[in-house]
Design a protein around this ligand. Structure first.
Ligand code: CP
Ligand code: NVA
Length: 314
């Protein structure tokens, strides 16, 4: 049977790499969300488009969802992946690693400690680099998250997404992605856990363009008022384990539990990138809540990343 989708029917990204959320234009982001829905609906139509392509997965940190969904996405699109775990640039300089991989593979997916590591990989390699989580961003997560919200509410603009917890990589990517799509964004975080001021400045710029509002506050009730989606993430991210005890004290009052979730709209969904620490940033009752969409988010990692791979590697 003739292929239903051909490579020239897929919009290519103008950027070579996805190092941070804003590397995709707004039009590319909207196209990606439509394509993600399409590949979710009809996966077989896209099953050959990465034929003959190989992707290296370089992970400095553990992963369940990101590793598995990239491996499956690449395989289901007809390509091949190779997984390498451990610090990048220790046994030999990063610039040599990048130039070796450049000769063998068609793309690199990298989960790193420092944002500068993905940026250096991009500097020394001509193949697309996809940021699979750094200390600053988690763009692949944000893609699946907005796909999930749009599936649930059938729109994005005009909705309010509230993140309760640490102004971390996941919060920063979500803030940028939500605001540019016209979603109001609120962050309720304790003192000392604000997002990076440079990223906040970018978010303010996006808010001015889209007209969506940005609120960063220590007041959880103000953040949650009118929220359509309530999002949280671990209090101590990977690499911050030694701060976990202090953070448990500092984040007191920021647990998304029944009381806090009730401050959002009565039809609000609960979101979490996972892995979750029940009893810390959220509770078992919220994770298992009928309006929890955490596993739909996890599923959509597969579809959103397929769309991303098609747009970057074809
Ligand atoms: N949400 C997420 O990125 O999960 P992993 O750390 O398991 O990849
Ligand atoms: N903020 C978390 C996200 C894990 C998917 C971390 O960086 O560990």
């Amino acid at each position: 049977m003739a292929s239903l989708v051909t490579p020239d029917q897929i919009l290519k990204t103008s950027a070579n790499d996805l190092l941070r959320d804003l590397d995709l234009t707004n039009d590319e982001l909207l196209y990606l969300l439509d394509l993600a829905d399409e590949v979710k609906q009809s996966p077989r139509d896209y099953g050959h488009l990465l034929d003959g392509k190989s992707v290296a997965l370089l992970f400095e940190k553990p992963s369940l969802r990101t590793k598995l969904t990239f491996e499956l996405a690449i395989r289901q699109l007809g390509g091949d992946s190779i997984f390498i775990e451990g610090p990048i640039g220790v046994r030999e300089p990063l610039k040599d690693v990048a130039r070796n991989l450049d000769r063998w593979v068609n793309g690199i997916v990298a989960r790193v400690f420092a944002q500068t590591t993905v940026e250096d990989l991009a500097l020394w390699s001509s193949v697309p680099i996809i940021n699979a989580l750094s200390d600053a961003y988690h763009p692949c997560q944000a893609l699946a998250d907005v796909q999930t919200v749009r599936e649930h509410f059938a729109r994005l603009a005009g909705l309010k997404l509230t993140f309760i917890g640490d102004g971390n990589n996941v919060a920063q990517s979500l803030m940028l992605t939500a605001l540019r799509l016209g979603m109001d964004f609120a962050l309720g975080c304790p003192q000392g856990y604000l997002p990076n001021p440079d990223i906040v400045a970018q978010a303010e710029g996006l808010s001015a363009v889209s007209g969506a509002s940005l609120l960063i506050t220590h007041d959880t009730a103000a953040a949650l008022d009118g929220a359509h989606a309530v999002y949280t993430d671990v209090w101590a991210s990977m690499g911050q384990e030694q701060e976990a005890v202090q953070r448990r004290k500092d984040f007191h009052g920021y647990q998304v539990n029944d009381e806090l979730f009730a401050m959002a709209r009565p039809d609000a969904v609960f979101m979490h990138c996972l892995p979750a620490k029940r009893g810390e940033e959220t509770t078992d009752s919220i994770m298992e809540h009928e309006r929890s969409v955490v596993f739909q988010q996890a599923e959509n990692r597969l579809h959103a990343q397929k769309a991303l791979l098609l747009m970057m590697l074809m």
